[in-house]
Design a protein around this ligand. Sequence first.
Ligand SMILES: [Zn+2]
Length: 174
Amino acid sequence: MVLPKLHVRDIPDAGLDLEVSLDASWLRKAFEDSTVEPATDPAGTLMLRLDLSGDDVIFNVRGKAAVTFQCVRCLEPLAGELYCVTSLLLEPAGSAKHRAHDSEAEVELTAEDLDRDTFENGIIDVGHWVREQLLVEIPPHPKHANCEAPRWSDAEKTRSTSPFAVLEKFKNKE
Ligand SMILES: [Zn+2]
């Protein structure tokens, strides 16, 4: 299952609550350029809340995904979680109001607190923003707390014997 694309028209005045599951197949595709893999299927559940604010949509998402990273030391899988917790102010792409807002940024304090983005043709592509949010949550250097194969100390050991040994030989010659 892919994450829904909603039309602005589908959001009632009272707002819309949705629960969606993060299927392993979706996650695998979203992270195809990384070593992150879903740990379960579904990998997690997201609670979505969409509210209309004039022509804009306030997009709230709360949830997490169970995943495995690749440990940078031993290259073995490492269990982890990616949180998807964000609130966005989505504005219709190219609207004149969007630009007017920016010049009066100090007036609209509550709206300014939210990250902004735009949506096109009235379509709210839930998967797009969920993916963006999950991607920024991926740790740059995931590693086990007590990794049994510390690659770095091995590398240091090799380094301390080979290049310095060579230098020693040169020194002795002089
Ligand atoms: Zn490790």
